[in-house]
Design a protein around this ligand. Structure first.
Ligand code: NDP
Length: 446
């Protein structure tokens, strides 16, 4: 590796030693952009790498709230404003007990490149809290969201920083957050995306990440003269991304056979058809139950504490969380003949799994390309809010397909330009990096 890149990595190792996941994300990007950095010495001269690994601003705050028993609870809230070179900070909010600065810095770092790939003018950010919405009543979630926004509101705005959802933050939470923002600011503006369709939200936003990951898979297969029709697909997670991945797989004639949550996975060999998916959406979004109930209801198999990567499948869509697909899982998937991975989640594959996917030259769509459909439609929600207008479902879905096509085209043509046409990790990282780096150079040392 180039000495200059190694020096920046060493500095991050020294200063972020308690944030291994942030280092993992930086290492993956820096290893794959090395050919571009060595070809274009201006990136070193302008200190781009050192600047990119340091958030422009980090906000950490207390979130006090009162539970249903009248007990005072305190959580920690965060917003990482990573990079605003090409637009306002943009990225989701995650509510999960594991949330800390390291996880959010990794997500904000990835988000910066992902947003650059969408072709839309959005910078990178990420935020959230170590709050666990699981097992909380609607009123507890509302009180928490209101307290969270009572601090966050002063840092965000439609032209400054525009959060959205992520793990643990769906339509319900965005509603409570937006309500509080509007009340404090006394303005109805697009300071959050993922809003309901009749109060400023974009049609197709809930579907966009999952649909986009499937469109990206279709692009990769089309590039090899193949299609999704008849393909058996393993999907992990059972939240927003997994649900709409399954929906689009069904639309395109594939057969999704698994879903999971943190308790285990279900395997339905007959396929999770639209009727079964509607039941899952009710289970997860209304009754807020566990995926094992699917196995009882539809007489499918449930594997407690396991992930779905051991089942026979042609394609895999990791759609739950980071590092959910390890080295052994990759080996098993490849041995079973799986020829495509499209990552709905952020950094779901561990570094050695990624290495195996690249070396075997299967179709591998890394998260920052494959799951960019969600933030892309958030970008279109921002545009619609500024125009005080809403586009039709068909219009938004057409734009989503076009964007996923251009992300695939940018990643694959960049990969080819650097001599590794099937390496979309390299292609996506270089294409995203160059766009942000050139904007940073143009704007001087800021
Ligand atoms: P949801 O909260 O809707 O669903 C998350 C799902 O993943 C749940 O089934 C959850 O199970 C499971 N999960 C979460 N953490 C873990 C864990 N540590 N181990 C095992 N399972 C886990 O989130 P989303 O569907 O929105 O997000 C899923 C992934 O997609 C994340 O990586 C997110 O960053 C990424 N993503 C999301 C976008 C969006 O638009 N929502 C956009 C781009 C990427 P359980 O209920 O048991 O916790």
């Amino acid at each position: 590796m180039m000495r200059e890149i190694e020096e920046v990595l060493n500095k991050v190792r020294a200063t972020s030693e308690h944030q291994p996941i942030f280092l993992q994300a930086i290492q993956e990007v820096f290893e794959s952009i090395e050919p571009a950095v060595s070809r274009h010495p201006q990136y070193i001269k302008h200190g781009i790498l050192e600047r990119m690994v340091e958030p422009e601003r980090t906000i950490i705050f207390r979130v006090p709230w009162v539970d249903d028993q009248g007990r005072i609870r305190v959580n920690r809230g965060f917003r990482i404003e990573m990079n605003s070179a090409i637009g306002p900070y943009k990225g989701g909010l995650r509510f999960h007990p594991s949330v800390n600065s390291g996880i959010l810095k990794f997500l904000a770092f990835e988000q910066t490149f992902k947003n650059a790939l969408t072709t839309l003018p959005m910078g990178g950010g990420k935020g959230g809290a170590d709050f666990d919405p699981k097992g909380k009543s609607d009123l507890e979630v509302m009180r928490f969201c209101q307290s969270f926004m009572t601090e966050l509101f002063r840092h965000i705005g439609p032209d400054t920083d525009v959060p959205a959802g992520d793990i643990g933050v769906g339509g319900r939470e965005i509603g409570y957050l937006f309500g509080q923002y509007k009340r404090i600011k006394n303005e109805f503006s697009g300071a959050l995306t993922g809003k309901g369709p009749n109060w400023g939200g974009s049609l197709i936003r809930p579907e966009a990440t999952g649909y986009g990951a499937v469109y990206f898979a279709q692009e990769m297969l089309n590039g090899r003269g193949d299609s999704l029709r008849g393909k058996v697909c393993a999907v992990s997670g059972s939240g927003n991304v997994a649900q709409y991945t399954i929906e689009k797989l069904n639309h395109l004639g594939a057969r999704p056979v698994t879903l999971s949550d943190s308790d285990g996975f279900i395997y339905d060999r007959d396929g999770i058809n639209p009727e079964k998916l509607a039941w899952v959406i009710g289970l997860k979004e209304v009754r807020r139950g566990r995926i094992r109930e699917y196995a009882e209801h539809f007489k499918a198999e449930f594997f407690p504490g396991k992930r779905p990567w051991g089942v026979d499948c042609d394609c895999a869509f990791p759609s739950a969380t980071q590092n959910e697909l390890g080295s052994d899982d990759a080996r098993i998937l490849l041995r079973n003949g799986c020829g495509l991975i499209s990552e709905g989640a952020n950094m779901p594959s561990e570094p050695d799994a990624v290495r195996q996917f690249i070396e075997t030259k299967i179709c591998y769509g890394p998260g920052k390309a494959a799951n960019a459909g969600g933030v892309a439609i958030s970008g279109l929600e921002m545009s619609q809010n500024s125009l005080h207008y809403s586009w039709t479902r068909e219009e938004v879905e057409r734009r989503l397909q076009e964007i996923m096509h251009s992300i695939y085209a940018a990643a694959s043509s960049t990969a080819a330009e650097y001599g590794q046409p099937t390496n979309l990790v390299m292609g996506a990282n270089i294409a995203g990096f160059v766009k942000v780096a050139d904007a940073m150079i143009a704007q001087g040392v800021v």
